[in-house]
Structures are given as C-alpha cells and as structure tokens.
Design a protein around this ligand. Structure first.
Ligand code: NZQ
Ligand code: ZN
Length: 388
C-alpha cells in the first residue's frame, strides 16, 4: 500500500427535510453578517428551493448572485468577486451542481487576491490564493463530488481553456445533500452524473493491482451500485432510495477516500477538459468519449486491473485477455445505455481539429499524465484521434 495523508473536514448533512438545520450550521461558523447565495441559471428558482432557503434564513442578511454557467466562466465569476468586495460578504452559500460549487471555490479565493486570479489557474510562476472566505453548499446535482472535496475547474472561453485549482483552503464548511432534489433534473444531467461518478471511481481504480484491498473493494462497490441504481434513477428520479444511493456514491467517488494508498490516473479527465474547452461538450460526456479509447490505447499496462474489474464488477468470464477486452466494451455500452454518445465526431463537425490542438497543449504544458506518467502529447493525440 502506498503512503498517504487524508483529511476531509466537510460536514455532510444528508437526507430529506434537513434544510431547517441550515441556520445552525451557519452559526457554527459564527456567521453574523451578509451571506451571498450563489447559483446557476435559475433551476433553483423554478423548483422552489431558493424560496425555501430564503425562508429558513429569514434572520440573515442575504445577497444574491445568479448566472453561474455550466462550466463556470472566469469573466462571470469575476463579477461575483466584485460584488463580494463591494458588499462586504462574510459567507458564500453555493446552491447548485458542480459548476456552482466550483465557482464558489474560485470566488472565495480570488476575492482577497491582489494580482490577476487567472494566473493561479494558469499556474503562472508562484501565483497562489493565500486565503479564502468560508463557504458552504447545497448540492442539487449528484456528479462531481465537489461538495466534499477541495478542487475546482474553471473555464475561460475566449481562450478556449479549462483549468483546475484547489487546495486545503477550498473545502466547503458543510454540504447539504438532499436526494429529493434529483427529481427535477433533466435526464441528460442524471446520465452525466452517473458517468462522472463512475469515471471518478475508475480514475482511482483502473491502474494496476495494488495491495490496498479496502480501497479497491470500495471502488468496486461504488461501480456496482452505480450500475445497479443508475438506470433506475433515470427511469424514475423520484425513487428516493435509488436517488439517495446515486447521491452518496457520487460524493464517495471523489471525497478523497478512494485515492488513499493507491496510484491514480486522471488522464481521461485532463483530455476531457480540453474537449469541453474546445467544443463545449458536457464534462461527463467527454469522459464517456475518451475513457474507452484510453483503456484500449493503454491496454497492456492496465490489463491486469481491467481483468479484475471485468470479473468483480461485470461478472465476466473467459481468458484474462478476453475479460479485459470485454470490460472495456461493457463500460462503453453502459454509457450508451444511459443515452450518451461515445464518439467525438457526433458532438461537433470541428472534432478532427482536436487531435492537433490536444497534442500542442500537452507539449506546451509538458504534461505526462496517468499512473505511469506516460500519457504524453503523442499518446493523448492518438487517444483523441481514436475517439473521433
Ligand atoms: O444552472 P441551473 O439553472 O441551476 O441548471 C443546472 C445546469 O444547467 C442544472 N441543474 C442542476 N441541478 C438541478 C438542475 N436542473 C434541475 N434540477 C436540479 N436539481 O444542471 C445543469 C448542469 O449543472 P452543472 O453544475 O454544470 O453540472 P455538474 O454537477 O455535472 O458540474 C459540472 C462541472 O463540474 C466540474 C466539471 O468540469 C464541470 O465544470 N467538475 C468538478 C469537479 C470537482 N470540483 O471535484 C470534478 C469533476 O471531474 C468535474 O471536472
Ligand atoms: Zn469528473
């Protein structure tokens, strides 16, 4: 087992009818001043969630920032930063999916930063956020695990970039996880959520065999649960127990637990981010496009783990080679059964241009990704080419 350090301070409040506890969580954080409610395009207005939040926080001074996009945009978030500076906000409450929660992480770091905050995302010199306002979340879409981790991904469309940030300052103080909120999600977002959680698990599992049996079996448990309940949630998002399992799986897939003592990959995500930056494809769909081709490309080095995954998660039999191959096919078919197209060309007529752009960006950034640090510009470009 590899060495590791583990710390996750996020208080999780899970279940239905928990919202009345929100004031007590804010008072635990000694919030007495203004709270900024940060949200997306308006789903929380339509579903009535915003009104319910206003009701339980009626004794607080509230301010609002509406308009965080899916794949949160730097220029939009800088407007929120300006509002926080002007209104002397003490605490940010992010209400939404991964985009709104990621947006909060960036905003709370950028607000007291003297320089150009993009430098932090672009990893320019030693640029780093040095402090952050406290924030909490109310999750409305199970997918990213952002509600329980300290990472964020921010886009800047004018330069077609999507970059990551994070660190111990960016853990939410608390996160409310109410599975009943899944009921209003469009099918597309439910499918995205299942795939994102599935892929977070695979990124920390599908590497090479380790002696960390606990983490390996925890990963397998998440994968099996998602295979079992994912289609049920799609069919009936009001099925509370299925929705609750999806929500809890998605949180567990990226709350820092699965990576303890094991090698991790993340190359699918990093290539996927480029595809979102170039073509605006939903995050999870980029993963469904890239992952099967990446596993084929790196078949030899991932073969043993693919076999374990095929046997334990998909109950496959045959020769080790056949099981490993079939495991990739089962994974792709699972994504397709959720209604997701796994071919890049079906998303944009410009798709072939991604091959060269990804190659150039990997070269420029000197990226060597994956558990063996061998996914370089050449291999990444090949994977994108195979994904077309
Ligand atoms: O904006 P509103 O109107 O709220 O609508 C949203 C949005 O259009 C809608 N939605 C959310 N909850 C809803 C709802 N509609 C009806 N009912 C509800 N209960 O869903 C749409 C998508 O929301 P978004 O937050 O963009 O989705 P998701 O949670 O999948 O987040 C994706 C973002 O997270 C990043 C991705 O790169 C992407 O930018 N990720 C963040 C990670 C992290 N911080 O750990 C890890 C992930 O790998 C991922 O990269
Ligand atoms: Zn993801």
């Amino acid at each position: 087992m590899l060495n590791f350090e583990y710390h996750n301070p996020v208080k999780i409040v899970f279940g239905k009818d928990q919202l009345p506890k929100l004031p007590s969580y804010l008072s635990d954080e000694q919030v007495s001043g203004k709270v900024l409610i940060l949200y997306g395009g308006g789903s929380i207005e339509k579903t009535g969630l915003l009104d319910r939040i206003k009701q339980v926080l009626s004794s607080y001074q509230l301010s609002y920032f509406k308009g965080v996009e899916a794949n949160p945009e730097y220029s939009t978030l800088m407007k929120a930063v300006e509002q926080i500076r002007q209104e002397n906000i003490e605490f940010v409450l992010a209400v939404g999916g991964g985009s709104v929660i990621d947006a909060a992480k960036f905003i709370v770091g950028a607000v007291n930063y003297d320089g150009e905050p993009w430098d932090v995302l672009a990893r320019k010199g030693s640029a780093q956020f040095k402090d952050a306002l406290p924030f909490g979340t109310i999750l409305t879409l199970p997918a990213t695990g952002s509600e329980a981790n300290s990472g964020a991904v921010i886009s800047r469309s004018e330069i077609q970039e999507k970059r990551t940030m994070g660190g111990p300052l960016f853990f939410p103080k608390f996160s409310f996880l109410d599975p009943t909120l899944i009921a209003t999600l469009p099918e597309r977002q439910i499918a995205n959520g299942i795939i994102d959680a599935f892929m977070h698990t695979l990124e920390q599992y599908l590497t090479y065999p380790t002696q960390n049996r606990l983490q390996e079996r925890e990963a397998e448990a998440i994968l099996q649960t998602l295979i079992e309940i994912g289609p049920k949630v799609l069919q009936n998002p009001s099925d509370y127990d299925a929705a609750a399992n999806l929500m809890w799986c998605a949180t567990h897939a990226l709350n820092g637990n699965l990576r303890c003592g094991v090698p991790t990959d993340w190359a699918t995500h990093m290539i996927g981010h480029e595809l979102t930056a170039l073509f605006g494809i939903d995050h999870a769909r980029t993963l469904a496009i890239v992952a099967p081709r990446l596993y084929e490309q790196l078949f030899e080095e991932k073969k043993e783990k693919l076999q374990q995954y095929g046997q334990r998660v998909w109950n496959l039999d045959g020769s080790p080679e056949q099981i490993a191959q079939k495991a990739i096919e089962e994974t792709e078919t699972f994504f397709q059964r959720l209604g997701v197209n796994t071919r890049l060309s079906s998303y944009s007529p410009e798709a072939p241009s991604a091959v060269n752009i990804v190659r150039e960006r990997f070269l420029e950034r000197n990226w060597h990704l994956g558990e063996h640090k061998n996914v370089d510009a050449l291999i990444a470009a090949k994977i994108v080419e195979q994904s077309l």
